[in-house]
Design a protein around this ligand. Structure first.
Ligand code: ZN
Length: 382
């Protein structure tokens, strides 16, 4: 007699962002079925009663979660699973010296962790990690990348005056050399100049990433007359990626609004979260950064794509970012809570939103993690 083994988890009556209602069956860490009214039996069942949204697991493409960085540190699960984020990408907290320790720590988290390797071997132990060119050791970088091919997914170069000192564009030229030998995308941080944004943008190619793309500092994407710089227009045409990287200092509502009026959109919405801006703002969570794009009147689909399929594609994360049979069972369950909230950008300017993203649970490789908000609503027992 054939014994009908139950599946690991069935999510009943989940609302997709196009408002269709589906059941999702999960087994051995994979999505095995998605359809209305499945009759699968499972060891664990979660009924969303058509009320709560379910999407592919959110991916935060710019975070800081190396516990031992003295300046930007956090815990992957506090910025990840606990906030409805199933994958976090650390943007250069560690260089080649600390990458072993970071890798070991990251494997203890429930949340998936990937890393951009800081081309400065010292990583973020201080603010000016690229002020001494001796800190860039291409061979050491390449050795680290070869050792962790499934963990290191790109190179990080922070290009602002406080980081590079007198070295201007030189660190990016070095990064380009390392890129030639590894093929990895480069994520550049932009802020105060020098180096000038035009010089930075001209060096970037298809797949490279500009983070802090809506910052309000001298290296913003807009020129003096409020138009998008020619260098940025050309970079976007070449396939250079625009990433939000909100952070404590790098998101301006004014820039974001002007960009939208010119039909310039980010490819990825990310937080640049770490303990300080998580606890004290203005970041708080990826969800709250996403809510700012509701204020900007972005469509729900555009916002969700920017934290799911877009980062999965850009960061080359196979089997992630889509709710499809055969994909990893990484999912985010959330509400769009109808409640007024005042939101602050990184320059102290505020906007009001009448609704907000409220993550209730993360499912990571089929494992359910209820967020504190999910518990408050007794979401697990509905
Ligand atoms: Zn950062």
């Amino acid at each position: 007699m054939l014994i009908n083994t139950p599946y690991d988890l069935v999510i009943k009556n989940g609302r997709l962002i196009d408002d269709t209602i589906v059941d999702i069956t999960i087994n051995q860490g994979k999505i095995v079925a998605i359809a209305p009214s499945l009759s699968h039996s499972a060891k664990q069942q979660l009924d969303l009663r058509g009320r709560h949204y379910v999407t592919a697991g959110w991916i935060d493409a710019h975070t800081h979660c190396f516990a031992h960085s003295p300046i930007y540190h956090d815990d992957p699960d506090l910025i990840g699973a606990q906030l409805g984020v199933t994958t976090v990408v650390d943007a250069g907290s560690t260089g080649a010296i600390d990458i072993d320790q970071f890798y070991a720590l990251s494997q203890q988290a429930i949340t998936h962790v990937y890393a951009f390797l800081n081309i400065s071997k010292i990583g973020l132990i201080r603010q000016n990690e690229l002020s001494d060119m001796q800190n860039i050791d291409p061979l050491l970088c390449q050795t680290a990348i070869a050792k962790y091919p499934h963990f290191i997914i790109g190179l990080k170069v922070r290009l602002s005056r406080s980081v590079v000192g007198d070295n201007d564009i030189q660190p990016l030229l070095k990064a380009k050399e390392i890129q030639k030998n590894t093929g990895l995308p480069i994520m550049v941080h932009i802020g105060n100049n020098p180096p000038d944004l035009d010089d930075i943008a001209d060096l970037l190619r298809d797949g490279d990433i500009i983070t802090h793309c809506f910052n309000g500092k001298p290296n913003k994407i807009l020129d003096m007359s409020g138009n998008v710089r020619r260098s940025i227009e050309n970079a976007i045409k070449r396939g250079v990626i625009m990433d939000i990287g909100h952070g404590g200092e790098s998101f301006s509502f004014t820039v974001a609004e002007r960009a939208k009026s010119l039909a310039v959109y980010p490819n990825t919405i990310s937080s640049d979260i770490y303990s300080k801006n998580r606890l004290q703002g203005p970041v708080y969570s990826l969800a709250q950064v996403m809510t700012k794009f509701l204020c900007l009147d972005y469509s729900l689909k555009r916002i969700i794509d920017s934290v799911t399929q877009n980062p999965a594609h850009i960061l080359r994360l196979p089997n992630k970012g889509q709710l499809q049979v055969g994909y990893d069972a990484d999912l985010t369950i959330f509400d769009l809570k109808q409640e007024k909230i005042t939101l602050s950008d990184a320059e102290g300017n505020t906007r009001q939103s009448s609704q907000q993203f409220m993550p209730l649970a993360s499912i990571i490789v089929g494992q359910l993690v209820i967020t504190s908000e999910g518990y408050q609503h007794d979401f697990s027992h509905q």
